[in-house]
Design a binder for this molecule. Sequence first.
Ligand SMILES: N[C@@H](CCC(=O)N[C@@H](CS)C(=O)NCC(=O)O)C(=O)O
Length: 218
Amino acid sequence: MSDAVLIISSRNYSSWSLRGWLLTRLAGLDTEVRIVDPEDAVARDELLLRTSSIRLPRLLNAGVELWDTLAIAEYLNETFPDARMLPADPAARANCRSISGEIHSGFSALRSALPMNLRARRTNFPLWSAVRGDVERVSEIWNHCLDNWGGPWLFGARRSIADAMYAPVCTRFISYDVAIDAACAGYCARTLALPDMISWTEDAGEEVAEVAELEVEF
Ligand SMILES: N[C@@H](CCC(=O)N[C@@H](CS)C(=O)NCC(=O)O)C(=O)O
């Protein structure tokens, strides 16, 4: 039983929670997962008692408390060097950090128009031009990585922080039936077939909470 705790908001809807959890798995850190509702006043107060942020996911490990997925990623990489969460090659490592930063701070059209909902399956989902631009950029990034470092993961044979950061994009492409090229489709299929993704998705299916506006059929 681990002493580490990962506080998340939802397995079904929270892409940041999925990223945070995949990062702990990549690090080999066993965590107890606690789900809290950030809209709940008592839960918010409890989170704010500990730090000035109510952002989730939040990782508590060995007296250290972190929020924000990139901070969690860098902390885990430093704390568990044997997990080699960043590529060994400096150029690959720089690229891995750049594309992880890009998904962390960008792709707002994709994020808002295609919210993560692991239970959703939409077909013929309309994509407006800004979303198409984001899909093209993601495809460009993935193709560049797969060509440069030979796959099957973005930086070669080992999964890295970047694969965790882009995993919720794979689920969105499947949920909203987004047309992508064969190399990207293969990457999404490999990601969704990971045992960690399967177990997270199964648990998400059992979550009772529903966010009404994200369940609307378009
Ligand atoms: N960039 C942050 C984003 C985290 C985030 O937006 N989390 C959402 C839940 S998925 C949250 O905490 N929302 C609560 C709020 O903003 O009130 C990260 O990398 O962790």
